[in-house]
Each structure stands twice: as C-alpha cells, then as structure tokens.
Write a protein that binds this ligand. Structure first.
Ligand SMILES: Nc1ncnc2c1ncn2[C@@H]1O[C@H](COP(=O)(O)OP(=O)(O)OP(=O)(O)O)[C@@H](O)[C@H]1O
Ligand SMILES: [Mg+2]
Length: 249
C-alpha cells in the first residue's frame, strides 16, 4: 500500500515563509486530489491559527500527544487530535509545545518521538507536511527525524544564506545518526523582489553555494501583499485570488 511522503519545511531563520508555504502547499495538494495531513510543530501555532475555524474547539494538540509519547503512555485516538478543514486534515499545536521542547532537552533518545507518532498515519495520506519552529532545537530535530525530505524556504535578502550551513550540517548529521532516508527536497525562494539587484545577487550566491548538491526550485514565490492578506483571512493564496477576481470583476 502506498504510504505518505513526510516533508518537513524548515529553516531556523524566522519569518522566511515556512508556515505560509506549508499552508499553501497543503491546499494546493488537496486541490490536486491528494490526501494531506498538515502538522503544526511550532509552539507559536501560526499554522493552527490559519486552519482554525470559529466552530472548532481544540481539545488535544500535538503538545498533548508528544507529552504522552514522552511519558511512554498510550497515545490518544487519532480522531482526538486530527482535525479537518475542507479537504485537509491537520494536527494543531499550542503554546504548551514549548514546555515539551524544554522537556525534550532533558529526555534521552527522544529524537524519534514525532516519527513514531506519524508512522501509523502514513497509510492514511499521500503527504504529511510538517511546519517547524525557527530554531535548530529538539522540536526541529524531531521533525527532521520524522521526515523523508526537507524543503528549505529562503527569503533572498542579505543574511539569507547565513545559518544555511548550520541547517544543512544538522540535516546531514541527522541523516548519519538518526534518519538515513532524509533527502533535501530543495531550496524554495520566497518573498522574492525579482527585479532588484539584491535578489539576483542572493539567488546567484545560493545557486553557487548549494546548486551542485541541492535542487533549487525554479518556481520562485514573489513578494506580494496578497499573501499576507490571504493569511489574514485564513485563505490559501489560490482561493484568495479567486475571491478577489469574483469580487472586483
Ligand atoms: N510571498 C510573500 N509575500 C509577502 N509576504 C509574505 C509572503 N510569504 C509570507 N509572507 C508574510 O511574511 C510573514 C512571515 O511568514 P511566515 O509566518 O509564513 O514565516 P515563518 O518562516 O513561518 O515564520 P516563523 O519563523 O516565525 O515561524 C507573514 O506575515 C506572512 O504573511
Ligand atoms: Mg511559522
């Protein structure tokens, strides 16, 4: 039976569009008829806020499931922590995940806890997308240990490539020590101001530094106020664009 591919979206640099990428990829894959589970693995819970609808009450989050896993207790039924919005399923996060992160630091051999939680869910989906927090701490390590591949969003500004070496080194260590199957899915340029020299220079810099060993997606995401607006209204950019066309045409 075909099993889900687990993709982590990671970059310890904050605000590079990790959450926006997971959110929009989830919707687009759903539109393509794929069964998608999005996992919010960031205590900031931005992805959860996007998915949340007024009528939803979140009783169990990934923080609760991780706590049970850490305490070697039996996990809740998946119906208790997997929620649905339209065609997409998601596992929400909460600020309590930061407590989990602190505890993970003191826990031995805890890198595979998320992998163990997601493994039985693979049979139910085509893709499991994990949104990570902006750090290279134990939560991101757990996400990378669970993933078949990683997408690295980069905002091509000065400083963009700083830290990228630490991230790639961490992924290579995880491949060697914990998760031999993890692949680099590719670098995704986000928030691009295509016309500026800075953008062109940083893109060239990234291509020179990483283009040999890693795929750099040809499709680049332009910087657009509409992305922020779509996020604000809890819509994917595609749905937001369609709504705008209906409203203003
Ligand atoms: N293509 C884009 N054009 C304009 N704004 C964007 C674009 N993509 C994302 N943004 C905005 O940039 C901000 C950061 O995006 P997002 O929250 O997805 O980043 P992140 O990497 O998940 O951040 P964090 O590291 O805090 O988790 C948000 O306000 C979002 O609306
Ligand atoms: Mg985020």
């Amino acid at each position: 039976m075909k099993k889900a591919k687990i993709i982590a979206v990671a970059n310890q640099k904050g605000g590079v569009a990790k959450t926006t990428s997971v959110w929009n990829m989830a919707f687009s894959l759903g539109e393509l008829g794929k069964r998608v589970l999005a996992v919010d693995f960031d205590p900031q819970s931005n992805l959860t806020a996007s998915f949340l609808e007024e009528t939803m009450i979140l009783k169990t989050t990934i923080a609760d499931v991780m706590t049970k896993a850490m305490d070697e207790e039996s996990l809740p039924n998946k119906e208790e922590y997997i929620y649905s919005r339209g065609k997409i399923d998601f596992i929400p996060s909460s600020i309590h995940l930061s407590v989990v992160e602190a505890n993970l630091r003191m826990e031995m051999g805890s890198e595979k806890l998320l992998a163990n939680i997601l493994e039985p869910l693979r049979a139910l989906y085509d893709f499991i997308l994990i949104d990570t927090n902006p750090s290279l701490g134990p939560l991101t390590i757990n996400a990378l240990s669970a993933a078949d591949s990683v997408i690295i969003p980069i905002n091509p500004e000065f400083y963009a490539t700083m830290g990228l070496t630490d991230l790639t080194k961490t992924i290579l260590k995880i491949r060697k020590r914990i998760n031999p199957g993890i692949q680099f899915e590719g670098i995704l340029m986000t928030m691009c101001d295509m016309q500026t020299n800075l953008h062109k220079e940083v893109c060239l810099e990234v291509t020179e530094a990483y283009g040999n060993g890693m795929k750099i997606f040809k499709g680049q995401i332009p910087r657009s106020i509409r992305v922020g607006e779509a996020n604000r209204y809890g819509m994917s950019v595609i749905d937001f664009d369609i709504l705008q066309k209906i409203t203003y045409n």
